[in-house]
Design a protein around this ligand. Structure first.
Ligand code: HEM
Length: 562
């Protein structure tokens, strides 16, 4: 160390009884600040290193273009609005091998596209690959402890219970009652738009259809969004906004601080109070109904005791009805059940359940329907083939004078015969999966079947948007909308190569319901109405969110078919 350096540091350690005590005190203070500053810097660099760069990439290839200290932050922020396409470009650039990128203060991102490795994560080693606390921190304010944010016994308990509503008996009833009832309202709105030549937003109407239908199937309530003339459904606006804010947390370094500064935190809180209020009303209504029913039952029981005993036939009929009701209504199942702790669910837990099932039952299917209608508008030959199938299976339309026309209600059996219509729905979902990207966190360090070593605490991204467009599985025309590919398949593709409905033990519970609903709506609408884009051929973008909403909606004009 040179004399100059010594001269610089010496005053801090020199005798305090010197000729100039003031100068020495200042220097001492200055050095204390310097020491604190240096220590903070060292801690920050250590934290940063631990969370974002260097050793946290395992043996996996880093996406080119990262910068020292900030990693891929700029690239990520520049591409946030087209996140799924950016990940797809990365996969192509990295030869469809697992790759990673880093962003300060966020866990390293590992992008996995190999179906065998995805199967390993979602099935073989699922106990090591969890949603975890990071996922809960980002989505917890909206989804609470519902099925989408849970792991382990709490998740399994919810899954097993919910399975009861997905029965063939239930599906037939939904089709003949719930979907039919809402198809009447939807068709009336379409007919009015056709008569007045007023453009409509198909995307918005699909959301209203699925929200009302699932409100009835899941919770037995009449939400009335389809019939409402309000331009916006306040719950829907809050729900969509909250999801966008939450998903951006995954890509925003230091989101806890930035959300406070840019007002997003208070916006999210406001959205959450609308969302939770909406779900809370549903739970309260049910509690009141149950209380009324119990009072009526008690009165009827007293009458029965005073009079004759119930016959065996009456009892059987009542039991059958109870069985029917529980199969029909998700909320009654959760209200009657005891949780993993052996206690009935409290209001907050029921609210979480309602919200999680709304996201499952409303957003996914509405988006899948919207993207299918969008693709059919771009591919008139496919639409023509679909119309031909409708003619063959459904026969001629009910009446030919438009004033006396009725909504088209395909039966359960007819829906099952509409193979090409279903192919259109699945093909649109391949290109526009309603859950376009998904994450799991490593509890312990692990090595994937493709040899990628993933450090503990890191996140793997498995993207249906990307995997569903892999040319090695789907062929050179993987990027094209070609529904007929589904008809030439001997069997359904592996869910690890067609990830739209997820795969493994957490496979979508509502897949069959969604397919039936999707085909029902497509058939019911397209048999009667012809849609044209207001701006023919206009490209529709997606919003970066939990699911895949349309940025601009889907503005169309409507005509009654001849
Ligand atoms: C086109 C429509 C649909 C698509 C594309 C879809 C897709 C998915 C995906 C990708 C997941 C995995 C999400 C995750 O945990 O990370 C999932 C889970 C789930 N879906 Fe669907 N879904 C659709 C419709 C439905 C419907 C109508 C319901 C009915 C309520 C439903 C119920 C569920 C449930 C309960 C889960 C959680 C499964 C679990 O974690 O064990 N889905 N769905």
């Amino acid at each position: 160390m040179g004399t100059d350096t010594l001269a610089f540091i010496r005053p801090a350690f020199s005798n305090p009884f010197t000729a100039n005590p003031g100068a020495s005190g200042d220097a001492q203070l200055c050095n204390t600040y310097l020491a604190i500053g240096l220590a903070t810097l060292v801690l920050l660099v250590a934290y940063y290193w631990r969370t974002a760069v260097g050793c946290r990439t395992g043996n996996v290839q880093l996406l080119p273009g990262g910068k020292p200290l900030i990693g891929h932050m700029i690239q990520l922020l520049q591409n946030q609005h087209r996140f799924h396409d950016w990940i797809l470009e990365g996969a192509t650039r990295m030869g469809w091998k697992t790759y990673c990128f880093t962003v300060p203060l966020l866990p390293t991102w590992f992008v996995v596209t190999d179906p065998t490795s995805i199967e390993y994560i979602l099935k073989t080693e699922m106990h090591n690959w969890v949603k975890g606390s990071h996922f809960f921190a980002t989505f917890g304010p909206v989804l609470g402890h519902g099925i989408f944010t849970s792991d382990g016994p709490h998740w399994l308990w919810q899954r097993k219970l919910a399975t009861h509503i997905f029965s063939v008996k239930g599906f037939k009833r939904y089709m003949s009652q719930v979907f039919a009832e809402h198809m009447d309202i939807l068709s009336a709105r379409m007919a009015a738009a056709a008569a007045s030549s007023t453009p409509i937003d198909l995307h918005d109407l699909m959301y209203r259809f699925t929200l009302d239908s699932f409100g009835k199937i899941g919770f037995g309530v009449q939400l009335g969004c389809l019939a409402s003339s309000d331009a916006k459904v306040p719950f829907a606006v809050a729900f969509d906004t909250a999801q966008v804010i939450c998903v951006q947390r995954f890509t925003s370094p230091g989101w806890r601080l930035t959300e406070l500064l840019n007002g997003k935190r208070s916006q999210l809180n406001a959205c959450c109070s609308v969302i939770h209020g909406f779900a809370h009303d549903i739970v309260q209504q049910r509690r009141e109904l149950l209380a009324q029913q119990q009072a009526a039952d008690a009165a009827a029981g007293a009458d029965a005791a005073a009079g004759a005993a119930k016959t065996a036939a009456m009892k059987e009929q009542q039991e059958e009805q109870e069985d029917d009701n529980s199969a029909q209504d998700l909320l009654s199942l959760f209200m009657a059940a005891k949780g993993v702790d052996g206690k009935p669910l409290n209001d907050k837990e029921l609210v979480d359940t309602v919200i999680n099932f709304i996201i499952a039952g409303r957003d996914t299917t509405a988006q899948a329907l919207s993207w299918t209608l969008y693709e059919l508008l771009q591919h008139p030959a496919a639409e023509q083939q679909l119309l031909q199938e409708l003619q063959e299976v459904l026969g001629p339309l009910p009446a030919d004078s438009s004033s006396s026309r009725q909504a088209v209600h395909p039966s359960y059996e007819q829906v099952r015969q509409l193979r090409f219509t279903r192919a259109c729905f699945l093909e649109a979902l391949r290109l526009h999966p309603s859950v376009p990207a998904n994450l799991k966190f490593a509890v312990h360090a692990d090595t994937l079947p493709d040899g990628s070593a993933i450090p503990a605490g890191c996140q793997v991204l498995y993207s249906p948007y990307v995997v569903n467009r892999s040319k090695s599985f789907w062929g050179p025309d993987a990027e094209e909308f070609r529904p007929s590919r589904w008809l030439s398949m001997d069997s359904m593709p592996s869910p690890y190569s067609y990830l739209s409905f997820h795969a493994g033990p957490r496979l979508c519970l509502g897949q069959r319901l969604a397919e039936l609903e999707g085909v029902y709506v497509l058939a019911g609408l397209l048999a009667r109405f012809k849609f044209s884009q207001v701006q023919p051929g206009a490209k529709v973008d997606y919003v970066f969110s939990t699911s895949l909403p349309m940025m601009q909606g889907l503005a169309v004009t409507v005509q009654e078919r001849e």
